[in-house]
Design a protein around this ligand. Structure first.
Ligand code: NAD
Ligand code: ZN
Length: 342
């Protein structure tokens, strides 16, 4: 079968013929129809320091997908061949304390699909049956392929009470934009989003779920918030850029007793004004992945209820043209980029 492989420990990815995997007893073989490129895949392509210390080559990469069940492991009875599915790419151990006490997404031994085990940028790949998530008819193939990042957005957005509140999202990347759509749908009063990339700000305006999409370059955030009638400060912040400057702006804009969810991956050197956190009594929550499988249930129901996030997908390429997809991601002039496998 064809697969996009991190074959060598250097920049680039290679389209190769590799053996089709066999599902283990508790696994499912999935025939991939659509896969989406994540920022993580771009890090792997560019072979940055994180990728160098995390990946062992050769590896089939990719973790955002939808497809159909092609074959069931001998012990799998809960799924059917031909069923449309997406799935959770974090494989957990099932034995550690978090796995056994309802916080499986924080498993101490998580293995990432397309990071520590072969991923979905291939005609076929395997996933443990418990990670496979059947898609209802309300979720088309396109949306099925972006369940993973949509789940990040839903997990973050639903971490704190949003109803009637003023929300700030820093970073209008695909996840920030989807979180904005969720926040608005779930009853936020104002959803303000910031970015430094004009294409992303334009996409935010086009999606229509934000009160304002503000350019974070030379931004006087407090002044802009006052101009929008947000005089008490921000009740719920979602940091989705990984930018230290964005985090600093956010902490400054928070109201006392405000809640901050941190999804963006901040450099270890990021400095924080602790006074803002301590004296405003802020609540900080780190967000990793998706709750298993509460977030999956929530995202399916949000989509079934009419939440529209389709506008977030901006590019499609056949998998043979994956280089174009990665180039679109690298420019930042894209939302989600889909690779077609069927
Ligand atoms: P992305 O890189 O596409 O989007 C980040 C956006 O932040 C970009 O549009 C960028 O222009 C913008 N940005 C940069 N500096 C900024 C600033 N000072 N102010 C405002 N915006 C700024 O990423 P994404 O795929 O949307 O993911 C969002 C973040 O979440 C990334 O940091 C990613 O690494 C992280 N992530 C975390 C998890 C997790 O489980 N915690 C999972 C997936 C992604
Ligand atoms: Zn575990």
């Amino acid at each position: 079968m064809k697969a996009i492989v991190k074959q060598y420990p250097k920049e680039g990815l290679w389209l190769q013929d590799v053996p089709c995997p066999k599902p283990g007893p508790n696994e499912v073989l999935i025939k991939v129809r659509k896969a989406a490129i994540c920022g993580t895949d771009l890090h792997i392509y560019q072979w940055d320091s994180w990728a160098q210390k995390t990946l062992k080559t050769p590896l089939v990469i990719g973790h955002e997908f939808m497809g159909e069940v092609a074959e069931l492991g001998s012990a799998v009875h809960s799924l059917k061949v031909g069923q449309r599915v997406s799935g959770e790419g974090h494989i957990t151990c099932g034995k550690c304390r978090n796995c056994r006490t309802g916080t499986q997404h924080l498993c101490a031994h998580t293995q990432g699909t397309g990071i520590q085990r072969h991923g979905c940028f291939a005609e076929f790949f395997t996933l443990p049956a418990e990670n496979v998530y059947p898609l209802s008819d309300a979720i088309d193939d396109e949306l099925g392929a972006i369940c993973d990042p949509f789940g990040n957005a839903v997990h973050t957005a639903l971490s704190f009470d949003l109803v009637g509140e003023d929300i700030l999202i820093t970073g209008a990347g695909p996840i920030g934009l989807m979180a904005a759509a969720v926040a608005k749908r779930c009853g936020a009063r104002n959803v303000v989003i910031t970015d430094i990339n004009p294409h992303r700000l334009q996409l935010a305006k086009k999606l229509g779920c934000c009160t304002a999409a503000l350019d974070a370059n030379d931004l006087n955030l407090k002044k802009e918030l006052h101009a929008l009638g947000i005089n008490d400060g921000i009740a719920v912040g979602m940091e989705m850029s990984g930018s230290p400057a964005a985090l600093a702006d956010m902490l400054d804009a928070m109201q006392p007793n405000g809640k901050v969810a941190l999804l963006g991956i901040l450099a270890p050197s990021t400095k924080v004004d602790w006074d803002l956190i301590v004296f405003k009594g802020l609540h900080l929550k780190g967000i990793y992945g998706r709750e298993m499988f509460r977030t999956w249930d929530q995202m399916q129901r949000l989509l079934e209820g009419g939440l529209d996030i389709g506008g977030i997908i901006t590019h499609h390429y056949p998998y043979e043209e994956f280089e174009k997809g990665f180039a679109a991601m690298a420019t930042g002039e894209s939302g989600k980029v889909i690779l077609e496998w069927s």
